[in-house]
Design a protein around this ligand. Structure first.
Ligand SMILES: Cc1ncc(COP(=O)(O)O)c(C=O)c1O
Ligand SMILES: [Mg+2]
Length: 255
């Protein structure tokens, strides 16, 4: 599901994608909901139902269990709102929001879900920075259960069956380029996980991949450079803090 904010001026110079879990926030939001469970843990019979690559289905079962245990929307919202931002990320957002209006189009792509992400962004006061949010749809039904759905289906063998972020960003860039009548000067991708490596493969030599240092995305980029030189085309700038991203962006916007 994609949600979006106000209309956008057609000619932003740059497009920057952000992942959410372990990138914008310094945790995995799906893991944090366990805090709402009785005794702050999930029963073994539920945890045993997890199947690799089928996390979305597993989370649907977790959220159903939490609802049966009486966990409410406000319980979940307060857990999400308390997750800390990753180091320097709020400073990076402040940098982006104070740039000239024609500089950055900001898009979020995450395998979390709409409720967790919107709750966090609004509490942090940064929701309006994001022109679009692509993530798994999640809405409360009449019984107060957060019903989670897959984002889409796809053919990519690397990614979980509910979301391939490369499909998302390729479709978005193609559509926006047609709407604008021109390409972006550069595309940036800020991420951490293996599910951020796949979309980064679609970036070109003028684009920049910002993998969180020593996280899976960074490791996979390094391994690809070693095993298949030339396969990964984007410039790679690892980050420990959002301020590392600012340092590189400042140089690129000044060109
Ligand atoms: C449990 C779980 N939820 C969500 C995600 C990914 O969320 P995001 O795409 O926002 O990093 C992951 C990534 O590994 C995960 O393990
Ligand atoms: Mg992540």
């Amino acid at each position: 599901m994609a949600s979006h904010s106000a209309s956008i001026s057609p000619n932003k110079r740059f497009l920057i994608f952000f992942d959410f879990d372990e990138t914008i926030v310094d945790e995995t939001s799906d893991d944090m909901v366990v805090e709402a469970a009785p005794g702050q843990h999930l029963p073994g019979w539920l945890k045993d139902t997890y199947r690799p690559g089928r996390y979305n289905e597993y989370m649907q079962r977790v959220l159903a269990y939490l609802a049966e245990q009486g966990v409410t929307e406000s319980d979940l919202r307060s857990i999400m709102e308390k997750i800390p931002a990753s180091p320097g990320m709020l400073t990076l957002f402040q940098f982006l929001r104070t740039r000239p209006a024609h500089d950055f189009e900001v898009v979020l792509v995450s395998d979390a879900n709409t409720f967790f992400i919107e709750a966090w962004l609004r509490r942090a006061g940064v929701r309006q920075l994001f022109h679009r949010i692509f993530t798994n749809p999640a809405t409360f039904n009449k019984n107060g259960r957060l019903v989670l759905r897959p984002f889409h289906s796809h053919e990519c063998q690397r990614c979980p069956d509910n979301m391939c972020k490369q499909v998302v960003i390729r479709d978005y860039v193609a559509r926006r380029t047609q709407e604008r009548g021109r390409p972006y000067q550069r595309i940036f991708y800020v991420g951490d996980g293996a599910n951020d490596f796949c979309p980064a493969l679609s970036l070109g030599p003028r684009d920049v991949a910002f993998p969180r240092r020593d996280f899976p995305m960074h490791r996979l980029i390094t391994e690809t450079h070693e095993a298949m030189p030339g396969e990964f085309k984007a410039v790679t700038v690892p980050w420990v803090s959002g301020e590392d991203v600012i340092t590189r962006l400042r140089k690129l916007v000044a060109e």
